[in-house]
Ligand binder design. Structure first.
Ligand SMILES: [Zn+2]
Length: 310
């Protein structure tokens, strides 16, 4: 019996899914879910060395399929992308979504990958500092500032003693063994007026219901935790962070050919029929989400938070 990290109630198994990155004979994992608060996790206990083994080379420098190079595909695809783009009111991360109060503001990007966000804040006048476990990604990100070896759960000493106006944790929390410990570390790095920005996949998205473990953002077992807006707010609260703003983001990309191709590959590796992961499914997803609530529509949630009193 496993209890929910968020509300303490008993969790039920939602899926049994292979690690798609390991091909059709990859190991299987159970995914547990709490319907009460919208939190899920991969069943079992994992040590850092287990988790390190989930990642192949070049994982840390990859990024989500985007809307690029779509022009080469047919007019129906272009129409679908255009309709999705028209219905897309999501806000991607931008440096100016935080009003820096310091004349020399500092950003700490925890799990900075190849440094895309560091570059954005650097261009906006921030001193950008990164933390990243992968040496190849660290080398790329270091063009925008100092990048240290570490993770959200194991902060490097050089960074631990500092404080930052913005601490960013983008598509990292779902990978952590202990998300509350990771969020407590984020809180410890905030300056008194500082803002934590935390973005995770939105597991209330209709796409997750439609595609299950084959959803491109499910990524079992690299994603060990699954949040919705509610469960994200709850775990942040448990770590002493009070959410002040919520943004939903990531819509048009779900209809791109690169996303479709990636998701089809996942479906094939999981041994499920790739047919329900074709263009027809993308049209159905578009029809069901274009006018839906943000919670059902977007693939990601981003929140701003401040250190709670006490
Ligand atoms: Zn719960």
């Amino acid at each position: 019996m496993a209890l929910c990290l968020v509300c303490g109630r008993e969790m039920a198994q939602r899926w049994q899914a292979r690690d798609h990155a390991r091909g059709q004979n990859g190991p299987e994992y159970g995914v547990l879910w709490c319907r009460t608060c919208g939190y899920g996790r991969v069943a079992g206990e994992f040590a850092p060395e287990d988790v390190a083994g989930f990642y192949g080379q070049s994982y840390y420098t990859h990024s989500a399929p985007g809307a690029e190079q779509e022009a080469a595909h047919g007019w129906l695809n272009r129409l679908r992308m255009h309709l999705a783009w028209r219905a897309d009111h999501g806000l991607d991360l931008a440096a100016d979504e935080v009003q820096a109060t310091d004349a020399h503001p500092r950003l700490c990007d925890v799990g900075c990958g190849n440094g895309k966000a560091m570059g954005m804040f650097h261009a906006a006048g921030y001193e950008a500092v990164g933390i990243e476990p992968d040496p190849e990604a660290r080398a790329i990100a270091s063009r925008y500032g100092r990048v240290y070896e570490g993770t959200a759960e194991w902060l490097p000493e050089e960074v631990e003693q500092r404080q930052f106006e913005v601490v960013l944790l983008s598509h990292v929390l779902e990978h952590c063994i202990d998300p509350i410990a990771a969020l407590k570390n984020v809180r410890s790095l905030l300056s008194p007026e500082g803002t934590a920005i935390v973005e995770v996949p939105n597991n209330a998205a209709l796409a997750l219901e439609m595609f299950g473990p084959a959803w491109f953002f499910a990524d079992i077992p690299r994603h060990l935790h699954f949040f919705t807006e509610n469960s994200l707010r709850e775990v942040m609260g448990q770590a002493g962070l009070r959410v002040t703003e919520t943004f939903y983001t990531g819509y048009t990309r779900q209809f791109s050919q690169s996303w479709l191709a990636a998701q089809r590959q996942v479906a094939t590796n999981l041994g499920v029929q790739p047919a329900p992961h074709g263009e027809g499914a993308q049209w159905r997803l578009l029809a069901r989400t274009a006018l839906a609530s943000p919670e059902r529509k977007y693939d990601s949630i981003r929140v701003h938070a401040v250190a709670a009193e006490g």
